[in-house]
Design a protein around this ligand. Sequence first.
Ligand code: HEM
Length: 490
Amino acid sequence: EVYLNQNKLARKLKKIPGPKDVFIVGNGLEIIVSPVELFKLGRKYANKWKGIYRIWAYPFGAVNIYNPEDIEIVVSTMKHSEKSPIYKLLKPWLRDGLLLSSGTKWQQRRKILTPTFHFNILRQFYVTLEENSRRLVEKLSTTLGEPVNVTPLFSEYTLNSICETAMGTQLSEEISKSAKSYKEAIYKLGNYLVERFVRIYLYSDFLFNFSTLGKKQKKALETIHRFTEKVIHDRKSNFDEQKLIYTDDDDDEHLYVHTKKKKTAMLDLLISAEREGLIDDLGIKEEVDTFMFEGHDTTAVGLSFFLMLLANNKGAQDKIVTELNDIFGDSKRPVSVEDLPKMKYLECCIKESLRLYPPVHFISRTLSETVVLSNYTVPAGSLCHIHIYDLHRREDLFKDALKFDPDRFLPENCIGRHPYAYIPFSAGPRNCIGQKFAIMEMKCVVATVLRNYTLLPVTRPSDIEIIADIVMRNNGPINVKFERRIKKNV
Ligand code: HEM
């Protein structure tokens, strides 16, 4: 019956244009290419069919969309909020955390977690971000004049930052044995996920569990989960409810404000929610693991492409430095949280970088009802891949789309833009819960780096060769040179 149903789905989808297909395997054979070729294939299709095309491979049928109107239909409501089976690869790690869960469970969790990203909490997290930015600047002082692959360095910054804010664990300072192996296991797991992603035959759990890759992943997961459990356990034993004051804000049901000097971790807020019966032990683990993943790799990738773009766009870099000079003058004081809203041009540059290189370049849902997209009827049960990368590079939405032009994001230039034309953090109810955190993290570290160093180009935008992966990656290092900034005014 499943077979017939799926065939019916494929028959309905066939009315939508798409690449030539073959009996039963559909387009399944075409996509068995290298990750670089797979990414290129996606772009080739996006250029050929404007706004929508279908692909299918038994038992799946999918539409690929990159029209803002269609994207709005899919992501703006809870109707199609269920993630597609592609996300299954992350399930052994993140279980039913916020990224993967659905229905009532997702709704309840989102409600508990939203206040942890309230400005007052982010202010406390900021202290950690600022300290880590300065540590990174110190590290860079040993590399001056040499090409530096920025991704590992900035991943360390974002991973340390999320560990310290989400778990309250000082990874860089108390380099305890388990914290170190945890960090290593996260890197390994990332590689295993990519390896599995491009090997469709390993999507079957049965085959995967018997494979060498499956066994390696199991080992890494044991390390990761053991560490998460230990951190939660330790934090719980030292948890002092007195330190959290509950206040009612106009629009927040539970806003926790910290009173004493010790920093609050997101974990404290979850433990507190557990005491109120809002989440259980497993739930806390799922969320901590989810935030560790979503909260570090994406931002590190975003920062890597951004630094490359700034190194290659002296004009934009100089303008940011002028803005920083206006804010700081001759003072060497650290960047404070109050300075961030003044960095308006830097923010335009970050937005433009996330347009050209959106770290999460595609997202995917399962359509729960039949919908009409670009005048085609798409049956319920189809997968719907939303290509943020292709959307952001549409010439009709962004003139000279391949040009790095931060002015596009000046308020006057955003007037009239379709609200779903630019969605690096997705949109609608399942958008990125950490977007303010991410922008804060990016602003803080880039401002701190640019106050100290000039960025010089090594990797050029034309050298970039993107790999099809869960997050956007270059097929090779992203190199930038750092030189001490001597002249303050540009
Ligand atoms: C530049 C950095 C980031 C980008 C581009 C980004 C992008 C996204 C996107 C596109 C989604 C939607 C995913 C989907 O529909 O499948 C998402 C969801 C999510 N992001 Fe981010 N993200 C970033 C940083 C962060 C950070 C720093 C955190 C945590 C501190 C975070 C936590 C999450 C979580 C938990 C979800 C799932 C939300 C839900 O389904 O309710 N992200 N992110």
